[in-house]
Write a protein that binds this ligand. Sequence first.
Ligand code: UFG
Length: 332
Amino acid sequence: MKILVTGGLGFIGSHTCVELISNQHQVVIVDNLVNSKPEVLDRIEKITGVRPVFFPVDVTEALALESVFAAHPHFDGVIHFAGLKAVGESVEKPIAYYYNNLVSTMVLAEACLSHHVNRFIFSSSATVYGDQPSPYREDMDLKTTSNPYGETKAVSERILSDVAKANPDFSATLLRYFNPVGAHPSGLLGEDPNGIPNNLMPFVSKVARRELPKLKIFGNDYPTPDGTGVRDYIHVVDLAKGHVKAVEKRTSGVSIYNLGTGKGISVMEIVKAYASVNDIDIPYEIAPRRSGDLASYYADATKAKDELGWEAELTLADMVRDAYHFETVSGK
Ligand code: UFG
């Protein structure tokens, strides 16, 4: 299949391009480089032996996007990763988040309709479930999310569902990610946020490299087995493979899948695994809870297994080993 991947040079997008190419699909990448680097293209080529076609285009710009569709008139599907993704920043810059994340979804969906591209895979988030007991199932009602980033995911899901309702040939697959971590085992692709990382794993990696002095664990008084927050961490390579299964599946209307392992892991378990697998000390201190954080959530991952034939295979040891490997070999 020939697939347009927006945000294809980002963390999840780049790993997905590798898995698509490894499964004999043809990839065209669109990325505005706001949170990614052009070298990622070289690295995708180094891993796969194939250099994807790349357009440095912002998906919110309809005319620029049109030139991509004009140059490649026969996409079999699109996978839409492009978007802003920092929860804290979204609270400070709500307009940037609503504008980028919603306009890009609408512009891309419209281009798909006018070019008869009927398969749209969307990068959504477990955050759309809001605050309710786990495991999260795809048929649960959604609750309000606690920040503009989360709302852009919930509203984009709604927009795509309405587009699918109005256009019977158009199908939307909404993939709700849990917490993607790890890196490509080659060490060539991984998560490389600008500035001080907000998310746990890249922060731990910076501490491991002694670029930051110590991790702050946000709260140890949650109602969880060891008191620290629990999430469903999933290796980014597993997540990427879920996209290949989703794009290959014939569907109609709207399909929703959780992409998680189905298993909760605490912050303390992450820190201990990172330290022991990589044989490195991770200094930490207990800090107050971070505002907006939930105590615990994880996926019910059975629907993706039953309908896509996909399940996460990599372990916590793989996640922390590959995250550290990326830090030490990538030369970034
Ligand atoms: N944490 C720390 N110290 C840190 C960073 C995080 O203790 O320096 C803890 C958090 O309190 C939480 C856990 O590590 O318990 C995971 O935090 P992350 O920031 O890595 O991830 P979140 O679960 O907060 O956020 C993720 C994605 C968002 C998504 C959200 C909800 O990053 O994109 O899940 O699904 F919106």
